[in-house]
Design a protein around this ligand. Structure first.
Ligand code: GLV
Ligand code: MN
Ligand code: MN
Length: 412
């Protein structure tokens, strides 16, 4: 069996998908269930149908494109990622796993390989948390990590519920049907750009992920007292932004104090009300994102942040409310899939290293219902979530080759 990846077609497809965007090129923005997202889905489904795959979509909009195996009732082998993109993103995050997965299937078809287990390519809905504040909506629901009831309650910034928004997008089936039956997948493998600099720095073309870090996020609101920026004297102030500033630094300190490089914490959103030059901030909303490979350390940081909230609240006479959005466990990749990826690298003389994924991915949630592993390719300067994100056709091609071969091993 000789697997040949069509790099040119794949590059053209990546560029075409990037052109379906709400942002000016080279930036890509595709927020879940916006017109750009819906158009991108339709474009992708046409390409899958052209490849002879049977396409279905579930109630939350996860797309499944199936190459049916000779034993259609046997558990499937899954691959895929996401095509939604955060505001001002690049072309490759998620897309490499989706279009690379499609090219892996086409390359296997051309090689004459015929799978015994069906190979299923997935596009997960809303891996990015942009719209509903919670990432990996599709894979959380497939794996039963997020219940239909909890999903229905999610609201976007405009106050529209996920339930309303998905129905307007044309997804009307009951959300209860999204959860997959036990044993649906016998394995799941996701190809992704590294989103960090290590592969490029070491000149290594492939990273085999053995562990995915545990993410958590919080919403915090700080309520102080507003007023006139000229008239209210300093001793009389209860400035919500000054309290939030202390809190942001406490988040940073808590992560730094963990003693491990694997601990990271970020305040990525800070909304200030009323947001006027000459008005004391009365209210601030923050989001906190905390990650670690160790659940104990991650939870210790969360406790430290909770402690800092109390201290700052008392010290600054403000009221601080904390809402937990998610606190997920880390995932261990399945040794058998890791080994299959390694074997394929070895066969093609492709140097590789074991890696930790510090970003989360849909594989984190797929690991709750199936053995998973991930394959990383380098991206320039480690840049991701920005318009100059770039992965070379050569690196993508090598990733697709190893993915294709691994899918064949798993589906044989
Ligand atoms: C995924 O995009 C993440 O934030 O890790
Ligand atoms: Mn992303
Ligand atoms: Mn991604």
């Amino acid at each position: 069996m000789k697997i040949e990846v069509d790099r040119d077609r794949l590059s053209t497809e990546i560029a075409e998908l990037a052109s379906i965007s709400e942002a000016e090129p080279p930036a890509v923005t595709r927020i879940v269930f916006t017109l750009a997202d819906l158009e991108a889905r339709a474009w992708f489904i046409r390409r899958c149908e052209k490849a002879g795959l049977a396409v279905r979509q579930d109630a939350i909009g996860n797309i499944f494109a199936r190459w049916t195996g000779s034993e259609p009732n046997a558990p499937a082998v899954g691959t895929g990622s996401h095509i939604d993109a955060i505001p001002n993103a690049g072309k490759y995050d998620g897309v490499v796993g989706v279009l690379g997965g499609l090219e892996a299937i086409r390359a296997l078809q051309r090689s004459g390989f015929r799978p015994k287990h069906s190979i299923e390519l997935l596009v997960f809905t809303s891996e990015e948390p942009t719209r509903f504040g919670l990432g990996c909506l599709g894979s959380r629901m497939l794996s039963g990590t997020l219940s239909a009831e909890a999903a229905r309650k999610l609201l976007d910034k405009e106050g529209a519920s996920l339930e309303q928004v998905r129905r307007i997008a044309g997804y009307n089936a009951p959300l209860e049907e999204v959860k997959l039956p036990p044993g649906y997948y016998q394995a799941f493998a996701e190809l992704h750009i590294e989103q960090g600099p290590l592969l490029e720095q070491q000149g290594i073309p492939l990273g085999i992920v053995t562990q995915i870090a545990a993410p958590a996020s919080l919403r915090i609101s700080v309520e102080g007292a507003g007023g006139h920026a000229g008239a209210v004297l300093m001793p009389d102030r209860r400035d919500a932004l000054c309290a939030a500033a202390e809190l942001i630094l406490a988040v940073e300190d808590s992560a730094r104090a963990s003693g491990a490089l694997d601990t990271v914490a970020t305040v990525g959103i800070c909304e200030v009300f009323p947001g006027a030059v000459n008005s004391i901030p009365s209210r601030v909303h923050l989001t906190v994102d905390i990650r670690d490979t160790s659940l104990e350390r991650r939870d210790a940081v969360m406790r430290a942040i909770a402690g800092a909230l109390q201290t700052i609240q008392t010290k600054r006479q403000v009221s601080v409310q904390e809402q937990l959005v998610n606190a997920d466990a880390p995932a261990q990749c399945a040794p058998a899939i890791v080994e299959a990826l390694r074997e394929s690298c070895l066969k093609h003389e492709l140097p590789n290293i074991p890696m930790v994924s510090r970003a989360y991915h849909d594989s984190l949630f797929m690991s709750r219902i199936a053995p998973v592993a991930m394959l990383f390719i380098p991206c320039r300067n480690g840049y991701s979530h920005r318009p100059d994100e770039y992965a070379s056709p050569g690196d993508i091609g090598r990733g697709v080759l190893v993915l294709a071969e691994t899918l064949a091993t798993l589906a044989a």
